[in-house]
Design a protein around this ligand. Structure first.
Ligand code: AVJ
Length: 330
């Protein structure tokens, strides 16, 4: 299906899906190119196969992983103010919608009539959207399966009164981008919501190294399984032969760069084959799998301004662990 300005009225309870997913060759090209770099690396978007989505949900429940529960509490605790900030009749566009748990808080409070979740994980997108449709019978849902790091022309819809577009990007997933990529992404969002459109974005705050190290290297080893699952996925989908017990999870905060880095470290001198190509590993050599950039409130407001937003609101928790920004496209 091709997203085009739709002349058909939307039907509540009927979930539609559009796919902009790149070809299956894409993961192969990205992984082969990343492993050929001096610092081997694989983009974090490939974490989210079905098992990866499940493991990420498990991470969100961990005592060390404060972002999910803190952001949820910020949204709940400030919902009246958020509703006032957004105003009535907003189309809700969510980037990296996942299981859509925080979205329910917004939809309920805003009485949303049109919800456009965007996610790279097709199974999660479909299952979550269908569950949401059952829960909110007056909600129109149009799921978009896409890699939102690339500019995306979102379809326009008729039949639902919309006064403004609201982009929702929770979870501090913006941290997976470098600041330069985040700026480009925010400019794309700015274009998608149009002048006067709004952005509600969750951003993890800079803090002490011990808290961040623990959040990304939990005692139960769930984050380790999440990280190693990337190799399992590559083994399965690209006919690779990584031996998972010959790599270990490494995650640490780099205060100078203000970011957490996740790596998979080779425990031995070893060889792995991916899609017929050979890759050599030295003992201690790593595959860089993720960055999770942290911002001060002022730093993120500055980034938003450079992307064409005015920073109108910021909500945070008493411990200043996490922030939710309310911005308007100038
Ligand atoms: C989904 C990108 C927000 O960076 O905190 C959690 C992913 N990685 N634990 C994050 C993640 C390791 C998460 N984001």
């Amino acid at each position: 299906m091709k997203p085009e300005p739709s002349a058909e009225p939307l039907a509540p309870g009927v979930v539609r899906f559009y796919s902009f997913l790149p070809s299956a060759d894409r993961i192969r090209e990205d992984v082969l190119a990343g492993l050929a770099l001096p610092q081997k690396s694989i983009p974090p978007k490939y974490f989210y196969d079905e098992q990866g989505c499940r493991l990420f949900e498990e991470i969100c429940e961990l005592p060390e992983y404060y972002p999910t529960r803190t952001e949820t509490a910020i949204l709940r605790g400030n919902i009246a103010d958020i509703v006032q900030f957004v105003g009535p009749d907003a189309e809700l566009i969510e980037y990296g919608s996942g299981v859509q748990a925080k979205t329910r808080i917004l939809i309920q409070a805003l009485q949303t009539r049109l919800y456009v979740p965007i996610d790279i994980a097709v199974e999660t997108l479909e299952a979550s959207s269908n569950a949401l449709a059952g829960r909110f019978p007056f909600l129109n849902i149009v799921g978009i399966c896409a890699d939102y790091a690339r500019p995306l022309a979102l379809p326009e819809f008729v039949g639902v009164p919309i006064r403004r577009k609201l982009a929702f990007f929770p979870g501090s997933t913006v941290g997976n981008f470098t600041p330069a990529e985040a700026l480009q992404f925010l400019k794309n969002v700015r274009r998608s919501v149009g002048t006067g459109g709004a952005l509600l974005i969750g951003v993890d705050l800079k803090k002490d190294k011990a808290t961040l190290d623990a959040a990304y290297a939990d005692a139960k080893g769930v984050t380790a399984r999440f990280n190693l699952n990337l190799l399992e996925r590559i083994n399965r989908e690209l006919g690779a032969d990584f031996q998972l017990n010959r790599f270990r999870h490494r995650a640490f905060y780099e205060p100078t760069q203000g970011r957490v880095e996740m790596h998979l470290e080779s425990l031995y001198s070893q060889i792995a084959h991916v899609a017929g190509r050979r890759f050599d590993f030295r003992p201690g050599e790593t595959i860089h799998t993720e960055i999770s950039c942290k911002y001060s409130i002022a730093e993120f407001q500055e980034l938003g301004k450079r992307a064409g937003f005015s920073a109108e609101k910021v909500w945070t928790d008493p411990e200043q662990l996490f922030s939710v920004h309310g911005m308007v496209a100038a």
